[in-house]
Design a protein around this ligand. Structure first.
Ligand code: HEC
Length: 100
């Protein structure tokens, strides 16, 4: 991970810092919960059984999937999370978040 980070910043993204791409790749058959634990929990804790307080218009799997794919100002993107696995972890986040 550190190595990727360094490579990415040296090559192209020096200006946007070091957490832009996460090359985490889920194991075959990983559930949404497995993926969340492996890839997200380091930054997003589950408190009282919930992950986020999502605005109603963001509390759907498509919006969460977009966030995972694109990343954010601080959050890395996960280009290797796609297809069924992306859907599974997005759904898991929605199911375990509170809607504001
Ligand atoms: C390196 C730390 C880090 C990791 C790893 C990370 N995130 Fe994030 N995430 C953030 C930060 C910081 C924000 C808020 C700022 C931003 O968007 O960059 C955020 C924002 C989000 C949001 C928007 C929440 C809202 O209130 O609208 C979602 C959804 C999200 N992350 C899901 C995930 C999922 C799912 C994973 C795992 C695949 C993940 N994040 C991995 C740091 C991380």
């Amino acid at each position: 991970m550190k190595k990727t980070c360094l490579t990415v910043s040296v090559l192209a993204l020096a200006a946007v810092g070091c957490s832009k791409t996460n090359n985490y790749t889920p194991a075959a058959g990983a559930t949404g919960a497995d993926i969340f634990k492996a890839a997200c929990l380091e930054c997003h804790k589950i408190e009282n059984g919930r992950i986020f307080e999502l605005a109603a218009d963001k509390a759907n799997a498509a919006t969460i999937a977009k966030k995972i794919t694109e990343g954010g100002v601080m959050m890395s993107s996960f280009p290797n999370l796609k297809g069924e696995e992306l859907k599974a972890v997005s759904q898991y986040v929605v199911e375990n978040s509170k809607v504001k």
